[in-house]
Design a protein around this ligand. Sequence first.
Ligand code: BV8
Ligand code: ZN
Length: 247
Amino acid sequence: MPDAALRAAHRVVVLTGAGVSAESGIATFRDAQTGLWERFAAEDLATPRAFLRDPALVWGWYEWRRMQVLRAQPNPAHRAIAALERRVPALTVVTQNVDDLHERAGSAAVVHLHGSLHAPRCFDCASPFALPPDPPCEPEGGRRLAPPRCARCGGAVRPGVVWFGESLPADAWREAGQAASDCELLLAVGTSGLVHPAASLPALARRHGATVVLINPVPTALDAVAQHVLRGKAGELLPALLETAFG
Ligand code: BV8
Ligand code: ZN
């Protein structure tokens, strides 16, 4: 059972996707877009080509998402994962998310496979760009917003995320692959398992003998890889799992 496997594990990996932030009010990646971006699929905006074609549309989308994150709070799922880090000998959070809710909930070891909304950089020379504290977008569907310019070379500033067609940060991917290969338990929470190479981590862990546990309200491509599937919301099932496992 998942609680017994959690108690017995020395090294645990928690792989999270957009679903872990859903109960903080942050739309998952596949939820229908709203407002200005209603007619776009997220995959069509999260690419270098989309940014080059219409920088203000893409920068406005990311600033609106960053504003959502600034106004959001970690939910019981983030807090349970941070609490779990204090109950097992070694725990690594490997997240596909670009928000900082794991860190704000107290998780110390967080690997960001797809970058962060909080680390924009120059599209041309990659110089980091310091963001103003409060983005100027309205709370609802946001609006176009011309990206700021790099002080060093005048290039357009882009979000610090990994777009489709871009490679994952080499060190993050190496650390995630090592953690998944070494762990006794991999818990995949709130991910559709559609985006690669992140989606290959549960199978990698399983091949190395780990127990794989999923938490998701609906079936996903990862169900076939897991020994245990907990059907439901992360904000409810993670606290319950910790309670059953550790009292
Ligand atoms: C790369 C940052 C190569 C940006 C993101 C065909 C086959 C295999 C791969 C490919 C292929 N065609 C193209 C590819 C490669 C492509 C890819 O995987 N495409 C997919 C669409 C098929 N991958 C890439 O391009 C990657 N790079 O492969 O590089 C390369 C190699 C060498 C040289 C050059 C290039 C880069 C991928 C990274 C893309 N960037 N994010 C941004 O955020 O804007 S990915 C983005 O989508 C999110 O970050 C997130 O990771 C992902 C969405 O996935 P989820 O997190 O799972 O979110 P989703 O909404 O899908 O699902 C939410 C889940 O939560 C659902 O299951 C839902 O049921 C559940 N849920 C809801 N509520 C709750 C809940 N669960 C629990 N509790 C709840 N309350
Ligand atoms: Zn520059």
